[in-house]
Design a protein. Structure first.
Length: 530
């Protein structure tokens, strides 16, 4: 939800993470409200397994800032990206840390609502290299605290914060009641934690689907796959799987009731070392010695974050991007943000704006921001969150959004020679189930020089099988004839009769492909002569 900089508290010479909302992003009301909500929520959860916030405010130019503890660690997401899965005892140990934070947060009336590997960082604290901390409370829900909301002037109700969609959370990890948009409590976080734990142990989440709607329905009604089904080579005690299945119950009332109960169940399974088990003591911040030597009062360099490394991570990093080195003097005046954020950050700022516009479901504006960013810095085409957002846009039902996302892929290919985008474009042109998407992708692929890589035979055969009307299927016959591939003959022969029963009292069998029968017969004869 913003840029995160490596900064220094000058008075006490302590490195901190300074999170700023880019001025362009700060113009989006719901984004600033969520930024405020994150600061308020983190401020109420003073726990060693949660990132700490020490200050929050608004600069003279209107830019919101948040000061957080600086963490040296590895995102759980990056660990899984590198190793795919972790040994089950280690997974339970990490989960226990997260549960300790959730127990405290839930007791404080806060539901995180977005527990996932991207929001958990592993640091080396108290001789524990897997000391987990929760990041990013940007969509946290505060319960029973109307007075706090009124007093601060910062908070609004959840209905306003979520006006762009009832379902809040990340689809892969969302609880069934969240998917329905129903009232939730802490048990929704426990479901998300269970999904994450399942993924840590097996290497895959329990549910996966190309369409968001299909994925949400799986959370609501599909059976959780057994470990044997998804990872038969694993050797995990049955009790561990039973624990996970209890945490993944569809009905909240049948799920593990509280984070503390979950912890107790884990402790019954694994004998944890005492200094790992408490998780409730205040732990001093560990700071790498080399870090202090890099701090100066001005912007000196840009450090791009690398995936799968243990580089210095700014806590609560909701958007992977620019990490600059600046100094921030508390009580000694505000930094000039317009000068602090160097001109070379303009492209990165556009990427951040694209991320937040996507979150607000303003997809066409987001794509425009992404395009402008890439025109300034072509290497930003590899930004993972941007690519994930474009992937989600391609799954939208809006033809305008889908077409614009496909045009964006075409520009990535033509302007940055992005071969990942090229492969995606060719795949969509060859095999997308949506005719509109497939033909648009085919057209763009031809424009950018990829036409010969598209499986036109497969695409036209999909049209022949899935066309919504006889006329549409007849067009597919013409395209197959023009393509001149004899492999189409069996499908054309079969297509001459497409028998369906009508809906009358007396059922009659109808050939719903009657309009194309003659054309298909002629196409078969023509292809046989080639």
């Amino acid at each position: 939800m913003g840029c995160v900089y490596l900064a220094e508290h000058i008075s006490i010479q302590r490195p901190v993470a300074l999170k700023l909302l880019h001025p362009g992003v700060g113009e989006i009301e719901e984004v600033t409200r969520r930024f405020e909500r994150e600061a308020f929520a983190i401020g109420r959860v003073d726990h060693p397994n949660c990132v700490k916030v020490s200050d929050f405010g608004k600069l003279s130019d209107g830019t919101f800032y948040m000061v957080l503890e600086l963490l040296d660690g590895l995102l759980l997401f990056d660990l899984l990206d590198r190793e795919r899965r972790v040994e089950w005892r280690r997974a339970l140990h990490i989960a226990r840390h997260v549960l300790s934070a959730l127990s405290y947060a839930h007791d404080a009336g806060i539901i995180h609502r977005d527990i996932k590997p991207e929001n958990v960082i592993l640091v080396d604290e108290d001789d524990d290299p897997d000391f987990a901390k929760i990041l990013d409370f940007g969509i946290a829900k505060l319960h029973d605290d109307a007075k706090a909301e009124q007093d601060t002037g910062l908070m609004t109700n959840d209905a306003k914060l979520t006006q762009h969609g009832v379902t809040i959370g990340t689809p892969t990890y969302i609880a069934p009641e969240q998917a329905y948009g129903l009232p939730i409590d802490g048990r929704a976080d426990l479901y998300s934690l269970s999904v994450m734990l399942y993924e840590m142990i097996t290497g895959v989440p329990p549910f996966d689907a190309d369409e968001v709607g299909a994925l949400l329905r799986m959370h609501v009604s599909a059976d959780v796959p057994t470990f044997d089904e998804v990872a038969p080579e694993l050797e995990v005690p049955e009790a561990v799987e039973r624990l996970l299945r209890h945490g993944l119950e569809k009905k909240a009332d049948e799920r593990i009731g509280t984070a503390q109960q979950y912890i107790d169940r884990i402790d019954e399974l694994v004998e944890l070392k005492e200094h790992h088990a408490s998780g409730l003591r205040e732990i001093p911040l560990r700071i790498a010695g080399t870090l202090r030597r890099t701090l100066t009062p001005v912007v000196t360099r840009v450090v791009p974050r690398r995936r799968g490394t243990g580089k210095m991570l700014a806590a609560a990093l909701a958007v992977m991007g620019l990490i600059g080195i600046i100094a921030f003097a508390f009580g000694g005046g505000e930094p000039d943000v317009s000068e602090t954020i160097a001109p070379q950050g303009e492209a990165q700022g556009l990427v951040f704006r694209g991320h937040e516009l996507t979150s607000a479901d303003r997809n066409l504006e987001a794509l425009s921001a992404y395009e402008n960013a890439i025109s300034l810095e072509p290497e930003l085409a590899a930004n993972r969150r941007m690519r994930n957002n474009v992937e989600k846009m391609l799954a939208k039902r809006s033809p305008r959004v889908v077409d614009a996302a496909l045009d964006f892929l075409g520009k990535l290919v033509s302007e940055t020679h992005d071969w990942a985008a090229a492969d995606q474009l060719v795949d969509l042109a060859s095999s997308s189930k949506s005719r509109q998407k497939r033909h648009k992708a085919m057209s763009i692929a031809s424009e950018v020089g990829l036409g010969d890589q598209v499986d036109r035979l497969g695409s036209y055969l999909l049209d022949l099988r899935r066309g919504e009307s006889c006329g549409a299927r007849k067009d597919a016959v013409a395209n197959l004839r023009a393509l001149g591939d004899k492999k189409a003959i069996p499908a054309l022969r079969k297509a001459r009769k497409r028998i369906r029963s009508d809906g009358g009292i007396v059922k009659q069998k109808l050939n719903t492909n009657a309009c194309l029968r003659a054309d298909a017969t002629e196409a078969v004869r023509y292809l046989q002569t080639l």
